[in-house]
Design a protein around this ligand. Structure first.
Ligand code: FAD
Length: 383
């Protein structure tokens, strides 16, 4: 079991070593705070290592979320280099299969978010992503903003760098049972900390259950697949999304034209919509693709991953990409916190405590900016 250091006294205690907790730890350490990060798990095991590692800007909701994604992307690029985290690939190709989807992409290009993006013909898109089924597409959008990191190795590496380069203390296998600055109560004893930031992911009960309950949160289960392409030398070229993503990601789904696309998808891909299926495909260093996902909501989600949901995801993959001989090599589920009315929340139980929960599938893309904002609000005048 991890032991706290001999004279533990911290400026900031952070509960949760997922990307949200790590982002706050980074921001606090950068202004000179002594930081401890406490997590119940022996190693990273939450949403932050189960995701695509897809740091997404284009498609995030216009306004605050999009700006946070831009800022977080910049921090990812900077920190990845320092921490020795490879960027697996850059950019996003949204492949429009239907004319209605192309209309949504045109509407996107008319927004300020479209500034550095490009609308492309299917043939032009194929120069970026050679495996695209050109004949199945009507248009495509190219976004240069995105980055892809391999979350299952990147998150531990990020934590290791925070520990070694920035002097942050990590206490693992340690449950926090009460947060009462100037102390935080844990299963290995009390830890002295003047402020605390609770980043519990989808654990709504261990700490401040009444305050978290007031937000009416639920949880969302996602199916994920690792697919080996038949060709060992295969390169994807960029992250790939398709029509189904345009009615799910708010940066597109709130645009004119999205309702016409949704109506057509309801007629043609109702099962995919019913299971919250859309396509994201990204590539890892070994050539395999991480492909997903689906969305099922509930208070306590079952651990089962029915085959038919995976088939819906693979159907969309095959409709967009030509991957002869592809084979599924691994399957897993992930769970994240979800809210019907917000993408994230910052709750203030007292002057010295914050609860921060990303309540949408955007934490890998926005947490660094959220961490900066929360730390600036807590310590603004002391920086
Ligand atoms: C399958 C999947 C795909 C996704 N894809 C993307 C994507 O492509 N792009 C994107 O931006 N986002 C994506 N997301 C969302 C993103 O992964 C989450 O928003 C983000 O990881 C949430 O981070 P977190 O730190 O809040 O949660 P977590 O990573 O779950 O970490 C929370 C941590 O808190 C700890 N904890 C909780 N309570 C206590 C306690 N009382 N004491 C001690 N420890 C405690 C837990 O042990 C856990 O380690 C995806 C999510 C999933 C599941």
């Amino acid at each position: 079991m991890t032991r706290p250091p001999a004279e533990p006294h911290y400026d900031v205690a952070i509960v949760g070593a997922g990307i949200v907790g790590l982002a706050h730890a980074l921001a606090a350490a950068r202004i000179g705070k002594r930081v401890v990060v406490i997590d119940r798990d022996a190693q990273s095991n939450g949403a932050s290592i189960r995701n695509f590692g897809f740091v997404t800007v284009t498609g995030q909701q216009q306004g605050e979320c999009w700006k946070r994604a831009m800022r977080s992307r910049d921090i990812w690029v900077e920190v990845a280099e320092k921490a020795g985290i490879p960027i697996e690939h850059a950019g996003l190709c949204v492949a429009a299969r239907r004319p209605e989807a192309a209309r949504v992409l045109e509407a996107f290009m008319a927004t300020e978010m479209g500034g550095e993006c490009r609308l492309m013909s299917p043939a032009q898109a194929k120069t970026r992503v050679p495996a695209l089924r050109q004949e199945a597409l009507t248009a495509a959008l190219w976004s240069p903003h995105e980055r892809r990191i391999e979350s299952r190795t990147a998150i531990p590496r990020l934590a290791g760098w925070l520990e070694q380069a920035l002097g942050i203390t990590f206490l693992r296998s340690t449950l926090v049972t009460a947060v009462e600055p100037p102390r935080v109560v844990t299963t290995i004893g009390a830890i002295a900390a003047d402020t605390a930031i609770v980043c519990p992911g989808h654990d709504f009960l261990a700490l401040f259950p009444e305050r978290i309950a007031a937000y009416g949160l639920t949880t969302c289960k996602l199916h994920m697949l690792r697919v080996a392409p038949g060709d060992a030398g295969f390169r994807l070229g960029a992250a790939v999304m398709s029509d189904l993503g345009l009615v799910r990601y708010l940066g597109y789904a709130e645009l004119p034209g999205a309702s016409a696309l949704r109506a057509r998808l309801e007629a043609e891909q109702a099962a995919a919509l019913d299971n919250g299926v859309h396509l994201i495909a990204v590539q890892s260093a070994d050539g395999s693709l991480v492909v997903g996902d689906s969305h099922h909501y509930g208070e306590t989600l079952d651990p089962f991953a029915p085959h038919h949901v995976d088939e819906l995801i693979l159907d969309e993959l095959d409709a967009v990409l030509d991957l002869p001989g592809r084979a599924v090599r691994e399957r897993w589920i992930g769970i994240y916190a979800s809210a019907h009315d917000r993408l994230m929340l910052i709750d203030r139980p007292s002057d010295t405590v914050r609860i921060v929960i990303v309540t949408s599938g955007t934490g890998a893309s926005t947490a660094f900016a959220i961490g900066e904002e929360v730390i600036a609000e807590l310590f603004g005048s002391q920086q």
